[in-house]
Structures are given as structure tokens and as C-alpha cells.
Design a protein. Structure first.
Length: 349
């Protein structure tokens, strides 16, 4: 219903936001979105009295994503503040749970398996973004690693590493800043917007320069500006409300009207000209957006399922390596932690 135009779409969007039921994968154009590959917005409700839940999990799929492989890129999973998140296990032997405001930044590199199951023991309302970030050709086959980013002020309740893997989890803080009508949570940044010096990373450690931010704007036309280097990709996804892009025009029939993106819409900025991103809340409503900005890698992208490489030959080799067990042997999501850990520890590396 939310794909239909007009008033019906608006109501459907608000129902999805309030009650759950949204799985929206946005497959980006590789050239336009470089270094970003895919963004998925999940919004689910796991209510105890929902009689369809046991039928769905038994017949269609379990509540989550059982062990599956990745190679050649990174997954960035950001649980929205106040929402339930995931429990993670991987073939490197790492287990963690993370929720409200936390981020798991997983570098698949040369290849690994991971399992992501909804943490339904912690609550009923789940919402998160999962972003796929490409790796430069020279880093496609790096060793897998996991980073855990914690929200500022959290006392350890948002996330917990329950077992370290073959590579210790890197821990860092999400930087939060506030100004009148504006709240910004920065997951990663290599631009000098925080007085830390150009080129000094904030939040996650990344393989190419990028900035990822969750921006909330109050309803009174609050504005936000992000300075970006010339030539960077910049993508804005609107979770709630609407934003106007200050200083930009829609052109064509818009008659020079400023460009506006509404709820569940995605906007791409031009890489040429200007000093970066400038947005304001529109329509007298608060706005909530995800900002993705990064320096393009400029390499070919060939993807097949959960493998993202530079050539078809690389993808074919990744599939052969997975089938040969080089990523680890998939486990059933119902196996206990002792059995899973024993299999991970016995795996040759």
C-alpha cells in the first residue's frame, strides 16, 4: 500500500511506522551511490498475541536471518534509538546482542558467515537500518572483523559482547551533537565537522573516507548543514517527515521551487558544485533522516547475492570458496552456543 500515490500512501506510511511491517531494500546504482551498495529499512513488531507469528516462523522463515555468507564488503547495522535489535553469531566465533542506538559494523573481507536473529526477548518493537558499504579492491580480502559502536551516555545496556571471536571486537562511541532544533548522531566521519582535524576518524574505523549520520530536525524549519569535499557521494533517506534541500532546485516543472523529499523517499545530491548538504524540515513537521556521504572508490562492482567483488571471476571464486567451507560451515539457528562455539574454534584458519 505504501507504494501507491496520494493520500493512501501517506496513511500506509504512517501505519507502517506506528505498527511495523516494513522491509524496504534499496539497491543503489553502483556508479551513483559509490561506495554504498544497499540500504534496507526494517520495521517490525513481535507482539505476543499475534497468532500469525508462530505460523510465519515455522512455515516461511524464522524470526531473523540464519547463518549466511558475505565477502568483499561491510555490513553496517544501526538499531534506531528505543528499538529492539539483533543477536549475532559468526563463523569467527563472535557473539553479541545489540539494540537501542547501537551499531554493529562488520567487515566481511575475505569471507565469513553470520547469523542475525531478532532479539525478541528484549521487547516487541524492532527497527533498524542495514547498509552495505563497498571495500576498495586492495581491501576486498582483508581479515574479517567486527566493530561495536555504543551511543553516548549508554551504561552497557544497549549492547553486549558475549563472546570475542578470532579478532577482538573494536569498541567505539557514536558521537552525538545538539543545537537548537537539531540532533545529530554520527556513526562515522572523516571530515572536519567536529573540530577533530580533517582526516581524523570519528566513530567507526573505515577503509575509505565517509560520513554516516542520523539527523533529527524539529518541526519549526530547523536546518542542518554538512560540509563535504568536492566529488563526494551524498544520499539522504527520509524516515519521517519531509526535508527541503536549501539552495537546490527541482528544475523542470518545479519552476525553481526548492527540492523536497518526503517520508520513505531517497534523494541523491550532485557530486559537482556547492559546499555539501543543507537541509531543513518541511511542512511544519519534524523530520528524521539518514545521511550517507563518502568518497567514491571508483572500482567496478559485480555482485551476486551476498558477494560483492570487482569481476565476475572474483564472484565465481567467492562462491567456490564458500561451497568448499572456507567461510566456515553453516549452523542451524537452533543450535546452542556451546555447539556453535565448538565448531567455530575447530575451524582451520
Amino acid at each position: 500500500m505504501s507504494l501507491r500515490p496520494g493520500l493512501l500512501r501517506g496513511w500506509a506510511d504512517r501505519l507502517e511506522d506506528a505498527f511495523g511491517g516494513r522491509v524496504c531494500p534499496m539497491q543503489f546504482n553502483a556508479a551513483e551511490a559509490d561506495p554504498f551498495i544497499l540500504l534496507v529499512h526494517h520495521r517490525h513488531a513481535f507482539r505476543p498475541l499475534d497468532f500469525l507469528r508462530p505460523v510465519f516462523s515455522a512455515v516461511i522463515m524464522p524470526e531473523g536471518f540464519p547463518a549466511h555468507p558475505h565477502r568483499g564488503f561491510e555490513t553496517v547495522t544501526y538499531v534506531l534509538p528505543g528499538r529492539v535489535g539483533l543477536t549475532h553469531r559468526d563463523s569467527e566465533g563472535c557473539k553479541m546482542r545489540y539494540g537501542s542506538g547501537a551499531v554493529q559494523w562488520m567487515t566481511a573481507g575475505r569471507g565469513m558467515l553470520h547469523e542475525e536473529m531478532w532479539d525478541v526477548q528484549e521487547g516487541t518493537d524492532a527497527e533498524l537500518y542495514q547498509l552495505w558499504v563497498n571495500l576498495p579492491p586492495s581491501d576486498k580480502m582483508v581479515s574479517p572483523r567486527v566493530q561495536l559502536l555504543m551511543p553516548e551516555g549508554d551504561d552497557g545496556r544497549a549492547a553486549e559482547v558475549q563472546r570475542e571471536g578470532s579478532t577482538p571486537v573494536r569498541r567505539a562511541r557514536i558521537v552525538e551533537s545538539r543545537s537548537p532544533g537539531v540532533r545529530v548522531r554520527t556513526l562515522a566521519s572523516a571530515v572536519d565537522n567536529y573540530g577533530k582535524g580533517a582526516g581524523e576518524a570519528v566513530g567507526a574505523s573505515t577503509y575509505s573516507p565517509m560520513t554516516i549520520e542520523h539527523v533529527e530536525l524539529s518541526a519549526d524549519g530547523a536546518s542542518y548543514t554538512l560540509l563535504l569535499p568536492e566529488g563526494w557521494t551524498c544520499i539522504v533517506y527520509v524516515r519521517r517527515g519531509a526535508v527541503v534541500f536549501d539552495g537546490s532546485t527541482g528544475g523542470g516543472e518545479s519552476g525553481g521551487e526548492p527540492s523536497v523529499a518526503g517520508m520513505y523517499e531517497t534523494a541523491y545530491l550532485s557530486r559537482n558544485g556547492g559546499d555539501g548538504l543543507a537541509i531543513s524540515s518541511a511542512g511544519g513537521r519534524a523530520a528524521d533522516v539518514l545521511v550517507l556521504a563518502g568518497e567514491p572508490i571508483g572500482a567496478p562492482v559485480v555482485a551476486s547475492g551476498t558477494m560483492v567483488m570487482n569481476t565476475q571471476g572474483d564472484v565465481d571464486q567467492a562462491l567456490r570458496d564458500y561451497q568448499a567451507g572456507q567461510f566456515g560451515i553453516p549452523w542451524d539457528h537452533t543450535v546452542d552456543d556451546d555447539e556453535w562455539a565448538k565448531a567455530c574454534d575447530a575451524r582451520p584458519r
